[in-house]
Design a protein around this ligand. Structure first.
Ligand SMILES: CC(C)(COP(=O)(O)OP(=O)(O)OC[C@H]1O[C@@H](n2cnc3c(N)ncnc32)[C@H](O)[C@@H]1OP(=O)(O)O)[C@@H](O)C(=O)NCCC(=O)NCCS
Length: 155
Protein backbone atom coordinates (compact mmCIF):
# COMPACT_ATOMS: atom_id res chain seq x y z
CA UNK A 1 0.00 0.00 0.00
CA UNK A 2 1.29 3.48 -0.84
CA UNK A 3 1.10 5.79 2.16
CA UNK A 4 2.82 8.85 0.75
CA UNK A 5 -0.47 10.78 0.48
CA UNK A 6 -0.70 10.81 4.28
CA UNK A 7 2.95 11.82 4.71
CA UNK A 8 4.09 15.40 5.29
CA UNK A 9 7.60 16.72 4.66
CA UNK A 10 8.59 19.20 7.40
CA UNK A 11 11.72 20.96 8.57
CA UNK A 12 13.18 19.14 11.58
CA UNK A 13 13.58 20.96 14.89
CA UNK A 14 15.70 20.30 17.97
CA UNK A 15 12.66 18.64 19.58
CA UNK A 16 12.85 15.90 16.93
CA UNK A 17 16.43 14.88 17.76
CA UNK A 18 15.66 11.82 19.92
CA UNK A 19 13.12 10.35 17.48
CA UNK A 20 15.38 10.99 14.48
CA UNK A 21 18.23 9.23 16.30
CA UNK A 22 16.14 6.10 16.95
CA UNK A 23 14.99 6.05 13.30
CA UNK A 24 18.57 6.49 12.05
CA UNK A 25 19.95 3.73 14.29
CA UNK A 26 17.14 1.31 13.35
CA UNK A 27 17.45 2.04 9.62
CA UNK A 28 21.26 1.61 9.58
CA UNK A 29 21.01 -1.65 11.54
CA UNK A 30 18.32 -3.03 9.25
CA UNK A 31 19.59 -1.80 5.89
CA UNK A 32 23.35 -1.93 6.40
CA UNK A 33 24.01 -5.03 8.55
CA UNK A 34 27.41 -5.51 6.90
CA UNK A 35 28.71 -2.13 8.03
CA UNK A 36 31.53 -1.93 10.59
CA UNK A 37 30.25 -0.03 13.62
CA UNK A 38 32.60 2.83 14.38
CA UNK A 39 30.36 4.79 16.79
CA UNK A 40 28.33 3.77 19.80
CA UNK A 41 24.59 4.47 19.82
CA UNK A 42 25.19 7.16 22.44
CA UNK A 43 27.74 8.91 20.18
CA UNK A 44 25.28 8.74 17.27
CA UNK A 45 22.48 10.26 19.38
CA UNK A 46 24.80 13.13 20.38
CA UNK A 47 25.94 13.65 16.77
CA UNK A 48 22.31 13.94 15.58
CA UNK A 49 21.42 16.53 18.24
CA UNK A 50 24.66 18.53 18.22
CA UNK A 51 25.89 18.28 14.61
CA UNK A 52 23.30 17.02 12.15
CA UNK A 53 20.47 19.26 13.32
CA UNK A 54 22.69 22.31 13.75
CA UNK A 55 24.91 22.18 10.65
CA UNK A 56 22.73 20.49 7.99
CA UNK A 57 19.37 21.47 6.56
CA UNK A 58 17.40 18.59 8.00
CA UNK A 59 13.89 17.55 6.93
CA UNK A 60 11.58 14.84 8.19
CA UNK A 61 8.71 12.84 6.75
CA UNK A 62 5.90 12.65 9.28
CA UNK A 63 3.01 10.23 9.15
CA UNK A 64 0.45 10.94 11.85
CA UNK A 65 2.56 11.81 14.89
CA UNK A 66 5.51 9.61 13.89
CA UNK A 67 8.70 10.52 12.06
CA UNK A 68 9.17 7.91 9.31
CA UNK A 69 12.00 9.50 7.28
CA UNK A 70 14.90 11.91 7.64
CA UNK A 71 16.85 13.77 4.98
CA UNK A 72 19.80 16.11 5.51
CA UNK A 73 21.31 18.46 2.97
CA UNK A 74 24.58 20.35 3.10
CA UNK A 75 24.61 22.62 0.08
CA UNK A 76 24.43 20.32 -2.95
CA UNK A 77 25.37 17.30 -0.89
CA UNK A 78 22.53 14.97 0.08
CA UNK A 79 24.21 13.96 3.30
CA UNK A 80 21.63 11.57 4.81
CA UNK A 81 18.40 9.88 3.69
CA UNK A 82 16.93 7.19 5.93
CA UNK A 83 13.44 5.78 6.38
CA UNK A 84 12.12 3.86 9.32
CA UNK A 85 12.26 0.10 8.58
CA UNK A 86 8.80 -1.06 7.48
CA UNK A 87 8.21 2.17 5.55
CA UNK A 88 10.31 1.37 2.49
CA UNK A 89 8.93 1.17 -1.05
CA UNK A 90 5.85 3.32 -0.43
CA UNK A 91 7.08 6.38 -2.29
CA UNK A 92 8.26 8.25 0.82
CA UNK A 93 11.93 8.25 -0.21
CA UNK A 94 10.83 9.69 -3.57
CA UNK A 95 8.82 12.38 -1.80
CA UNK A 96 11.89 13.37 0.23
CA UNK A 97 14.18 13.30 -2.78
CA UNK A 98 11.76 15.57 -4.66
CA UNK A 99 12.14 18.02 -1.78
CA UNK A 100 15.94 17.81 -2.03
CA UNK A 101 15.78 18.49 -5.78
CA UNK A 102 13.58 21.54 -5.13
CA UNK A 103 16.12 22.83 -2.60
CA UNK A 104 19.14 22.15 -4.84
CA UNK A 105 17.71 22.32 -8.37
CA UNK A 106 21.00 22.58 -10.29
CA UNK A 107 22.84 19.58 -8.84
CA UNK A 108 22.85 16.99 -6.06
CA UNK A 109 25.65 14.67 -5.05
CA UNK A 110 25.71 11.84 -2.53
CA UNK A 111 27.72 8.87 -1.35
CA UNK A 112 26.26 5.44 -0.84
CA UNK A 113 27.88 2.10 -0.08
CA UNK A 114 28.42 -0.23 -3.03
CA UNK A 115 26.71 -3.07 -1.13
CA UNK A 116 23.57 -0.98 -0.54
CA UNK A 117 21.69 -2.41 -3.52
CA UNK A 118 18.35 -0.94 -2.44
CA UNK A 119 19.70 2.59 -2.29
CA UNK A 120 21.57 2.22 -5.58
CA UNK A 121 18.38 1.07 -7.36
CA UNK A 122 16.48 3.96 -5.77
CA UNK A 123 18.98 6.68 -6.75
CA UNK A 124 19.46 5.31 -10.27
CA UNK A 125 15.65 5.23 -10.73
CA UNK A 126 15.76 8.94 -9.83
CA UNK A 127 18.32 9.90 -12.46
CA UNK A 128 21.56 9.75 -10.43
CA UNK A 129 24.71 8.75 -12.30
CA UNK A 130 27.89 7.19 -10.95
CA UNK A 131 30.79 9.65 -10.82
CA UNK A 132 33.34 7.57 -8.93
CA UNK A 133 33.70 4.18 -7.26
CA UNK A 134 35.68 4.42 -4.01
CA UNK A 135 37.65 1.64 -2.31
CA UNK A 136 36.53 2.59 1.20
CA UNK A 137 39.57 4.66 2.16
CA UNK A 138 37.40 7.80 1.94
CA UNK A 139 34.91 6.87 4.69
CA UNK A 140 35.34 6.00 8.33
CA UNK A 141 33.77 2.53 8.00
CA UNK A 142 36.34 1.49 5.37
CA UNK A 143 33.49 0.26 3.15
CA UNK A 144 33.67 0.63 -0.67
CA UNK A 145 31.38 3.46 -1.72
CA UNK A 146 30.02 5.28 -4.78
CA UNK A 147 29.80 8.98 -5.51
CA UNK A 148 26.56 9.73 -7.36
CA UNK A 149 25.48 12.94 -9.07
CA UNK A 150 22.14 14.21 -10.31
CA UNK A 151 21.69 17.14 -12.71
CA UNK A 152 18.26 18.01 -14.14
CA UNK A 153 19.56 18.09 -17.71
CA UNK A 154 21.13 14.62 -17.42
CA UNK A 155 18.39 12.57 -15.74
C1 LIG B 1 16.74 3.99 -0.04
C2 LIG B 1 15.41 4.53 0.50
C3 LIG B 1 15.57 5.95 1.02
C4 LIG B 1 14.40 4.53 -0.69
O1 LIG B 1 13.16 5.07 -0.25
P1 LIG B 1 11.79 4.30 -0.56
O2 LIG B 1 10.67 5.11 -0.02
O3 LIG B 1 11.92 2.90 -0.07
O4 LIG B 1 11.77 4.30 -2.15
P2 LIG B 1 10.50 4.60 -3.11
O5 LIG B 1 9.33 3.80 -2.63
O6 LIG B 1 10.30 6.07 -3.21
O7 LIG B 1 11.05 3.98 -4.49
C5 LIG B 1 11.13 4.73 -5.69
C6 LIG B 1 11.71 3.85 -6.77
O8 LIG B 1 13.07 3.50 -6.44
C7 LIG B 1 13.33 2.15 -6.89
N1 LIG B 1 13.52 1.29 -5.71
C8 LIG B 1 13.31 1.60 -4.42
N2 LIG B 1 13.61 0.56 -3.60
C9 LIG B 1 14.00 -0.46 -4.43
C10 LIG B 1 14.42 -1.80 -4.21
N3 LIG B 1 14.48 -2.32 -2.97
N4 LIG B 1 14.74 -2.56 -5.29
C11 LIG B 1 14.68 -2.06 -6.54
N5 LIG B 1 14.28 -0.78 -6.80
C12 LIG B 1 13.95 0.01 -5.77
C13 LIG B 1 12.08 1.70 -7.65
O9 LIG B 1 12.24 2.11 -8.99
C14 LIG B 1 11.00 2.52 -6.95
O10 LIG B 1 9.83 2.72 -7.73
P3 LIG B 1 8.65 1.60 -7.69
O11 LIG B 1 8.39 1.26 -6.25
O12 LIG B 1 7.49 2.30 -8.36
O13 LIG B 1 9.17 0.42 -8.46
C15 LIG B 1 14.82 3.61 1.63
O14 LIG B 1 14.63 2.30 1.12
C16 LIG B 1 15.68 3.53 2.87
O15 LIG B 1 15.56 4.35 3.77
N6 LIG B 1 16.58 2.51 2.94
C17 LIG B 1 17.38 2.27 4.14
C18 LIG B 1 18.39 3.36 4.42
C19 LIG B 1 19.32 3.63 3.26
O16 LIG B 1 19.94 2.72 2.72
N7 LIG B 1 19.44 4.92 2.90
C20 LIG B 1 20.32 5.37 1.86
C21 LIG B 1 21.65 5.71 2.45
S1 LIG B 1 22.73 6.41 1.19
Amino acid sequence: MKRRDATRIERATADDAAEIAELYLASRTQALPFLRRVHSDAQTRRWIADTLLTTRETWIARSGESIVGVLALQGEDLDQLYLLPGWYRRGIGSLMLTKAKELSPARLTLFTFQRNARARAFYEAHGFHIVEMGDGTGNEEGEPDILYEWRPDRS
